[in-house]
Design a protein around this ligand. Structure first.
Ligand code: SME
Length: 150
């Protein structure tokens, strides 16, 4: 399934587009094409904190400090973080009480700079496992590559 999504996202995104366009279509694509999720979108790094970028789903928290919550931790460590049960993640930022599990992937540009994170939430416990981690890692890399050329 992720192979098809990779191919389709690569075809959808045009590296000549403005970064907001790329982020907006990426968020909509992920939100519509991945099952059993209730939010998908970006938090972008401004050099000191993360701020809400394009997303699909309910309105969300606007600013996240580096190192705070799942997004801030993934950004600070530049690591993919899977949380099987958000109630068990110390410092989790609850934007939507329906969300039970999530995955956050850093978006790192090819030159090594942190651009932000891709955050995907689900109302199901343990929605994200190794298959999602590997599939979404490739999608995040494609998005980073398309952003980089601007
Ligand atoms: N869950 C995130 C906050 C963002 S919302 O889920 C959209 C976190 O703890 O970083």
């Amino acid at each position: 399934m992720y192979q098809t999504l990779t191919r389709d996202l690569d075809a959808l995104l045009d590296s000549a587009d403005h970064p907001i366009t790329t982020l907006a279509n990426s968020a909509a694509f992920i939100f519509r094409n991945i099952e059993r999720i209730n939010w998908a979108g970006f938090y972008l790094y401004d050099g000191s904190k993360l701020y809400l970028g394009p997303f699909g789903g309910k309105p969300a928290c606007t600013n996240i400090e580096m190192g705070k919550g799942v997004c801030g931790t993934a950004a600070a460590k530049r690591e993919i973080i899977i949380v099987e049960d958000v109630d068990k993640f110390p410092g989790h930022i609850a934007c939507d009480p329906d969300s039970r599990s999530e995955i956050v992937l850093p978006i790192i540009l090819p030159d090594g700079k942190l651009y932000g994170v891709l955050d995907i939430d689900s109302a199901e416990l343990s929605r994200f496992g190794i298959q999602e981690k590997e599939g979404l890692r490739v999608l995040a890399e494609i998005i980073a590559k398309k952003l980089a050329i601007n």
